[in-house]
Design a protein around this ligand. Sequence first.
Ligand code: DCP
Ligand code: MG
Ligand code: MN
Length: 375
Amino acid sequence: EKSTTGSPPKPRNAELVAMFSRLQQHYESLGDGWRERSYRLTASVLRSLSFEVESETDLDRPELKRLGRKTRDKLKEFLQTGSIGRVEGLQTDEVAKALGELQGIWGVGLTTARRWLGSGCRTIADVRQRVQDGSLRLTADQTIGLHFFEEFSQRIPRTEVEEIVAVVRASVSQRFGGQLRMEACGSFRRGKTSCGDVDLLLCARNARDELSLGSMHDILAGLVADLRGQSFITHDLKGGNPNHGRQTGNGQDATEGEELRSSSAATYFGVCRLPRAGSLHRRIDIKVYPVLEFPFALLSFTGSGPFNRSMRLFARRAGFSLSDHSICRATHARGAGRGERIWTGPPIAAARFASEGDIFDFLGLAYREPWQREV
Ligand code: DCP
Ligand code: MG
Ligand code: MN
């Protein structure tokens, strides 16, 4: 080790914090939220220690004793060997890149990407080859995702999103007159100059209209049928969440899971294309929510994803659970083990929330315009 004049030796804790942060970032990039949170928690515990972790007896101090067994094993390993094998052996960039490429196929999540990679399938070309020779079977969504891989990888210029929104808006007003309200959400609402897909949120103009419009699923199925009829929507996707699956594309009833949920919101995932030469197939997401849930749906569907996560974490720390439907009082109690139990109470009266701003207000947060919601 090189010692530089005047600077103290690098503290142990800082080194440990760096290691656990690396693990956290690694799992964040893989979309493994559970491990990400677990390592983030460990890093923050280490960061707030009032002592340096120097020997194994330190691991018995109360601050460290409540960490999970595997985490404590890693700390022990570090004290014994000066490094943590799990950190040293972090995936190479190559593996991370392959997992990213495979997950770029719509309908392929981390589990599938890992499984394919484990069988030596690393690239889009590999996947195509194996589908061709019959050694890999894809779901309906993955088949569409693979077929349009190159087109879906192209960002959509903002002006084209505007055109797509206009097509849907025309269908909405033709079928529903002024009874439905529609907002383009996601990266478009955040003001991005190009978007990965088009995210549309619909809701009845008011509670009285909602009564006459029928179920969220009927509204969505009717709209999608119109858009399909004009060959604007070209393909339906089921979506990874089984609750989002069967209902909208073909007008079937909600699944069992859907009925058990308090909300009657409906979601559609599909593919659309503007009717002009050279236009690409684009991903489109359409959601219909009850009037009373609209501010929560708007906030959630606008994102960004990381912004949602940080706002929900803030709410949780304040004793609430924030979702795309409502905000509920919630307590989380730590058991004797490392499991965390969350009790969610009934929602705070929806009538108190007429706009996104009311949600920020309720939580005591300063309002952030959509374009200020990147983090
Ligand atoms: N969302 C979320 N958590 C997820 C997925 C989505 O909170 N796991 C929310 C936040 C997103 C919004 O839904 O902003 C729309 O999802 P998109 O995947 O369409 O993401 P964006 O529109 O933000 O970006 P892109 O331009 O890639 O579509
Ligand atoms: Mg989007
Ligand atoms: Mn989307």
